[in-house]
Structures are given as C-alpha cells and as structure tokens.
Design a protein. Structure first.
Length: 158
C-alpha cells in the first residue's frame, strides 16, 4: 500500500472524524501511538513531530526567546526549540538544557504587555521567558499548550 501525502491524509481525517475537538483528540492519540512506537524501537526513526506539524495538529516551535536568569533579574537571549516532546534551549557553553513537557504543570502568563510567560513544573521550578513580538508570544504559548497535551497523551497511553 502506497503512503498517502500529508495533504491527502489530512483531508481523509477531516472527512472521517467530524468535529474539531474530536479530530484534535484523534490526532493526539495517533501521534501518541507514533511516539510510543518510536521509543519502543529507537532505530526506526519516526519523526512524529514532523507528522503532527504536517497534519496541522501542532506547529513546529523554534526561534528566539529571552529567558530570565535564575540568579539575576535579567533576561538572556536563547535559541529555543521543541524536540522529542522536550523544550530545549541553548546555553553559551555546552549542550542545550532541556525541560520535559510532560513535567510542566501549567503555563502562567505574567504580562501580555511585556509578552512574558512562565513554565511551572510539577517539582516547583519555574522557567520565565519573554517573546519579542505579540505574534511570537501567541505562537509559543498556544504551541506549548499543544505539545504539553501531546506529552500527556503519550504518558497516559504508556
């Protein structure tokens, strides 16, 4: 059986699964299944995030944000992206730091005027970020909510 193009697959899903909420739940379940398959067999590289982005379930999240320093009350520019259900951000030296999206309890909007939001983890740690523009602020806050849902769906099915 030949693989369907993403646009054809998305059209078929829209015809078969009616209702926006139901379709979103269906896509998250399918994505969770693909992610689980990937972690069961890491040699079979299934890029579930690429699939979800192509189907319109989530957007690819990557770009520049300003992260609040934990030691000083200042913001430092960081390159930030989502990969394998983890938020990763660059640091000046060494490997990037990671935050498991399944461990994020909530996203708190500190200030829409200053475009600041915080990721609050279940262990009490908080990561505060600031976006350059209102559009990027909206993109990151809504996109992270979607990725958090994907991470929760993955862990709920495992």
């Amino acid at each position: 059986m030949a693989a369907l193009g993403f646009d054809v697959a998305a059209t078929l899903i829209q015809k078969r699964v009616r209702g926006r909420r139901t379709r979103q739940r269906y896509l998250l379940q399918q994505l969770a299944f693909l992610v689980q398959s990937h972690y069961r067999d890491p040699h079979a590289r299934i890029d579930a995030v690429d699939l979800a982005c192509a189907l319109g379930a989530v957007r690819r999240l990557e770009g520049r944000l300003w992260k609040r320093s934990s030691q000083f009350p200042k913001y430092q520019e960081r390159q930030v992206w989502v990969d394998d259900l983890q938020l990763k951000y660059s640091v000046r030296s060494g490997d990037p730091k990671t935050i498991d999206l399944a461990q994020i309890d909530q996203i708190v909007i500190h200030s829409e005027d200053r475009r600041e939001f915080a990721l609050c983890t279940r262990n009490g740690r908080s990561y505060t970020f600031r976006a350059d523009t209102k559009e990027r602020f909206e993109m990151w806050t809504t996109g992270l909510q979607q990725f958090m849902g994907m991470a929760r769906a993955y862990y709920a099915l495992s």
